[in-house]
Structure formats: structure tokens, C-alpha cells
Design a protein around this ligand. Structure first.
Ligand SMILES: Cc1cc2nc3c(=O)[nH]c(=O)nc-3n(C[C@H](O)[C@H](O)[C@H](O)COP(=O)(O)OP(=O)(O)OC[C@H]3O[C@@H](n4cnc5c(N)ncnc54)[C@H](O)[C@@H]3O)c2cc1C
Ligand code: FES
Length: 274
């Protein structure tokens, strides 16, 4: 069930260049959301921007008794909404609706899952790492270890944009970095690092479309399973406006799916990439 609720900002802290983590107190949504799902956020009492914007769940926040009471979202400042968001202070309200979308696949009895992120595409993976390694349960489900190892291949344009790397390492994830300018990790695209290492799959990716397209092609050449989470711009977030459609391949030919309800996570083999 999608809930539309006011939330109170607990903190809004800078993690990296133009990248912030906002913590919102909102127990009802925190109790029902799972990794790979997303939220729409809107600044109240403004018409510019009028529409909310989609953001992945970074993780839920637990109280001292282990109960979910809040939501962490990590955002890159790119335009109107995120510029407003950057100025929000503790105690100020934000409108939130969620949980939205389908979430990441579960992989019981698999040895390793490899997550691949580009740009701000690392944000949905922290909660997923914790779910896969069984250190957190989500949406009322108990914490159960599903896999032995989770790796994150994370590509950024330069060192200053790498956000949350310590969060991933502390969650038990093996992190491999790549950067366009070589200021952190291996110089080059994250898909080049992935191709050189050829780690075990299944693979799950999130980031700019050209990166996801390269990932889909690479993993297909390995005959490996790959899911991708799309960052398509959205207006409503709950299936009503069709502003978010993406082309897919079906046995009957090309069709369109709404990223906000049928996604944002798709089997890469079903997407029409051209
Ligand atoms: C399911 C989902 C999860 C997301 N999770 C996160 C997240 O965790 N953290 C985060 O920082 N962002 C995330 N995004 C992207 C985020 O929604 C956009 O960055 C945000 O809407 C920008 O709003 P704005 O008003 O600041 O920018 P706008 O003023 O709307 O746009 C500024 C510029 O950015 C471009 N732009 C806007 N949105 C996108 C986009 N999705 N892809 C490419 N270019 C775009 C516009 O064309 C414009 O040039 C997610 C998107 C989706 C669909
Ligand atoms: S954003 Fe409105 S249908 Fe997807």
C-alpha cells in the first residue's frame, strides 16, 4: 500500500561533492519499504517545483529497540528540487509518498551477488547489501542471510563524488572503485573494471543509461543474470501519468512499461536498449 505522509527532517548532512544524506522521521513508510523501492519527495508549500521527485531508499533508520522509525535518502544536487532539498534544516517538513516500485530480486542460496553503480547509482544498494547478508530485515521480514558475499563496483567521475563508501564497507560489502580521472580506484569506466575482474554474478546495476547498457551487454556476453534499476524522470510515481515509460521487448514486439510500477528494477534482457 502506498502511503502519503508528512515527514520531519532529522538531519541533512553532506557526504561528498554536491551529495547529501537527508534523514527523515517517518515510521509508517520505514516499516513497509524494502531495498530497491523508492520514495517521492516534495518540498511542502512551494509550487516550484510543483511535482515530487523520485529517490531510492538508502536505508531505514532503526530506534534503540530495532524498530524502523526513519528513512535515509542520499541525493546529488542537479536541479531545482535537489537545490531546495540541500537547504532543508532539521525540524523542517518534507512530503513523502511510498513505498514505490518493485524492489530488488531476492537470491536465496546464491554464493555471490555483484552490484554495479555509476554516478549516484550506489544509493539503492546499501539496504540491499544488508538484506542479502542478513544483517537487516525489511518490510516486516526477518533478517536472513541469502548470499555469502556481496561486491559493489562503483564508478564516479572523480574522488570527490564517491559517497557512502565507508557505509558499504561497514555493511560487509567488498567495494571496488573506478573513476573517470583516476583520482580514486582504477582509471576508467566501472564496466571496464568489471570486465577486467569478471566477478561472479548475478549482477544488479544502477546508474546512467549508457553505463547500464554497457553492463547489460557485458553480462549477456557472460550468459549471466543482470537486473538494472532505472533512474527515469517521473511525475507521479504511482502509475497514473505514464511519464516514465521505458521500451521493453516482448514476444509480440516492442511494448512500454511504467518504470514507477513495473520497475524501477527490470531484468536487463527484457529492456529495448536502442
Ligand atoms: C527510481 C529512482 C530513484 C532515484 N534515486 C535517486 C537517488 O537515490 N539519489 C539521487 O540523487 N537521485 C536519484 N534519482 C534521480 C532523481 O530523481 C533526479 O536527480 C531528481 O529528480 C532531480 O530533480 P531536480 O529537480 O533537482 O532536477 P531537475 O530540475 O528536474 O533537473 C535538472 C537536470 O537534471 C536532469 N535530470 C533530472 N532527472 C534526471 C534523471 N533521472 N536522469 C538524468 N537526468 C535527469 C534534467 O534533464 C535537467 O537537465 C532517482 C530517480 C529514479 C527514477
Ligand atoms: S511516474 Fe506517473 S506513471 Fe510512472
Amino acid at each position: 500500500m502506498i502511503l502519503q505522509r508528512p515527514a520531519v527532517t532529522v538531519e541533512n548532512v553532506q557526504l561528498a561533492e554536491r551529495t547529501f544524506r537527508i534523514r527523515l522521521e517517518q515510521p509508517e513508510i520505514a516499516r513497509s519499504i524494502r531495498p530497491g523501492q523508492f520514495l517521492m519527495l516534495r518540498i511542502p508549500e512551494t509550487t516550484d517545483p510543483l511535482l515530487g521527485r523520485p529517490f531510492a531508499l538508502y536505508d531505514t533508520v532503526l530506534d534503540s529497540g530495532g524498530e524502523p522509525v526513519g528513512l535515509d535518502v542520499v541525493y546529488l544536487v542537479v536541479g531545482k528540487m535537489t537545490t531546495h532539498l540541500m537547504a532543508v534544516k532539521a525540524g523542517e517538513p518534507i512530503e513523502v509518498w511510498g513505498p514505490l516500485g518493485n524492489g530488488f530480486p531476492k537470491f536465496p542460496n546464491i554464493d555471490q551477488v555483484t552490484c554495479v553503480a555509476g554516478g549516484i547509482g550506489q544509493t539503492p544498494f546499501l539496504a540491499y547489501v544488508r538484506e542479502l547478508l542478513g544483517t537487516r530485515g525489511y518490510a516486516g521480514q526477518p533478517a536472513v542471510r541469502q548470499v555469502n558475499k556481496v561486491s559493489l563496483y562503483y564508478g564516479v567521475r572523480s574522488a570527490g563524488f564517491a559517497a557512502g563508501v565507508e557505509d558499504f564497507r561497514q555493511a560487509g560489502c567488498d567495494v571496488r572503485l573506478a573513476s573517470d580521472d583516476g583520482t580514486v580506484g582504477t582509471k576508467g569506466f566501472v564496466t571496464q573494471l568489471l570486465a577486467a575482474d569478471k566477478p561472479a554474478g548475478p549482477f544488479v546495476g544502477c546508474g546512467p543509461e549508457p553505463m547500464l547498457k554497457a553492463l547489460a551487454k557485458l553480462t549477456a556476453s557472460w550468459n549471466a543474470s543482470c537486473h538494472v534499476s532505472l533512474e527515469t524522470p517521473m511525475a507521479c510515481g504511482f502509475g497514473a501519468c505514464f511519464s516514465c515509460v521505458t521500451p521493453v521487448c516482448t514476444p509480440a514486439g516492442r511494448d512500454y512499461k511504467r518504470v514507477c510500477v513495473e520497475g524501477p528494477v527490470f531484468d536487463a534482457a527484457t529492456l529495448a536498449w536502442d
